[in-house]
Write a protein that binds this ligand. Structure first.
Ligand SMILES: Cc1cc2nc3c(=O)[nH]c(=O)nc-3n(C[C@H](O)[C@H](O)[C@H](O)COP(=O)(O)OP(=O)(O)OC[C@H]3O[C@@H](n4cnc5c(N)ncnc54)[C@H](O)[C@@H]3O)c2cc1C
Length: 436
């Protein structure tokens, strides 16, 4: 019987699914001790800090994570940043394998003039602000104007647009942070545009998200019916329409045909619109879009432009991984081959490995594949070691019982006000909740 020690870095879906895959792979020949390191005092990664507050069902996957954490071979080391509080070499030399599940948290830049004007920000700032990431709680989001533009054609762009366009009373019973909820209640934004560079048929929104749009109670959603039928014609002309594209096009048709209620709040999709410049004196005043067309299946610039006057621009065009000392990144992800970091005992799973694609469940199959490789690489187990010597002196670790206290305190604060939880957003308060 061989006993291996595995370090997992990052307590998001990839981290927990990796732990689960290791637990499931134990047999009469091998067992694992699993230590999970997380830089924040809170767990569950983007399930807590990404998934939109008005989609609470999706967050119930956290129950699976807590079941994994309750297993006797699992230990949690929260409030520990690898590459800062502990060096990666200290893990690779002591553990049989280290699995980097550190995600992808930095918003990709548009690379256009005016992008840094006040009023222009990334979904990678806006989303953690309303979801209670302690590093983003102090952000000042100005919703005093009437019009916002969200740039991007994926589910993150959709989340940002929906959060801005729905009536904030719909957010009252959710776990949207108190500071964001107050800002949304004071918001003057009534019109939200979502702009995608390519055609309707190319958008990365998924069908369930699109099908939810006509159900919005206080917001009308617009898409040009002609753009939808043109996209359908182009897709059909290119051959058999792929299943997910057909399903999306049908959802778009339903959105276009859905009767509008004359709400003062609306969302409007603009396709074939490439942002060229964000203009304004001291802050965002308009976005200039180039108009694209599709020619022989390719997106081509027509040379024509149009402008949308607005006070807020949110870019949601993808993420790249934040650098970690001692780990080699390439093109925004950890350089890897099918999850192996060649020449090391480091592996990677999730968004750090693949980039920002796939739903939560995608990380489960990813974890299972990488754990199979990891197991096939295992040799003689290393000597067992005392992890306590790696923790900097006086550093507060959020272990599983401390995290359970934070989790319970937030849920208890939510109960009397009819919310799943009231999120604590300050580092100091989170750490002190972990002590009580
Ligand atoms: C805005 C948004 C909304 C989404 N909505 C949905 C949805 O509705 N449904 C769905 O299925 N999927 C959704 N997703 C996708 C889903 O969240 C991802 O597939 C999933 O979270 C990726 O998991 P991960 O573990 O790779 O990364 P993450 O969830 O980002 O977890 C990474 C963890 O690593 C930690 N970490 C980073 N660096 C270090 C370090 N140096 N040391 C220690 N810890 C570190 C981070 O703090 C974080 O907790 C959404 C994503 C976003 C961005």
């Amino acid at each position: 019987m061989a006993h291996y020690s595995i370090a997992i870095v990052g307590a998001g879906p990839a981290g927990y699914f990796t732990a689960q895959a290791l637990q499931n792979a134990q047999n009469e020949d091998r067992t694992f001790s699993i230590d999970l390191f997380e830089r924040l005092p809170t767990m569950w990664g983007l399930v807590r800090l990404g998934v939109a507050p008005d989609h609470p069902k999706i967050k119930t996957v956290a129950k699976v994570f807590e079941k994994v954490a309750a297993e006797p071979n699992f230990r949690l080391f929260g409030n520990i940043e690898i590459g800062k509080d502990i060096d990666i070499e200290d893990l690779t030399s002591r553990y049989d394998a280290v699995v980097m599940c550190t995600g992808s948290a930095i918003g990709r830049k548009l690379g256009i003039p005016g992008e840094d004007l006040p009023g222009s920000l990334s979904a990678a700032e806006f989303v953690p602000w309303y979801n209670g990431h302690p590093d983003f709680a102090a952000l000042n989001i100005d919703l005093s104007g009437t019009t916002a533009v969200v740039i991007g054609a994926g589910n993150v762009a959709m989340d940002c647009a929906r959060m801005l366009a729905i009536n904030p009373i719909e957010l009252d019973p959710t776990d949207t942070t108190d500071h964001a909820l107050a800002t949304f209640h004071g918001s003057n934004i009534r019109k939200v545009y979502i702009a995608g560079r390519r055609g309707v048929e190319h958008a990365a929104f998924t069908a369930p998200e699109l099908r939810d749009l006509p159900k919005l109670e206080h917001t009308d959603v617009y898409i040009d019916a002609d753009q939808v039928s043109e996209a359908h014609a182009r897709a059909a002309a290119a051959g058999e329409i792929e299943k997910h594209v057909a399903s999306n096009l049908e959802a778009w048709r339903l959105i276009a045909e859905h009767p509008k209620s004359g709400h003062e709040r609306s969302m409007e999709f603009r396709f074939l619109s490439a942002p060229k410049e964000i203009k304004g004196n001291d802050k965002v005043e308009e976005v200039i879009f180039g108009i694209n067309k599709i020619e022989n299946g390719k997106v081509v610039d027509t040379g024509e432009t149009y402008s949308i006057p607005c006070s807020l621009v949110i870019s949601a065009i993808g993420y790249q991984a934040a650098p970690i000392n001692g780990v080699y990144f390439h093109n925004g992800i950890i350089e890897n081959e099918a999850g192996r970091v060649l020449g090391t005992n480091i592996y990677t799973v999730g968004w750090a490995k693949r980039g920002p694609s796939g739903v939560i469940g995608t990380n489960k199959s990813d974890a299972s594949d990488v754990v199979d490789l990891l197991i096939s690489d295992l040799k003689e187990p290393k000597e067992t070691m005392d992890i306590a010597m790696l923790i900097p002196a006086g550093h507060q670790v959020i272990d599983q019982s401390a995290w359970a206290k934070i989790n319970a305190a937030e849920a208890a604060a939510g109960e009397p006000v009819g919310k799943p939880r009231v999120k604590e957003v300050s580092w100091a308060k989170l750490l002190s909740l972990g002590l009580n």
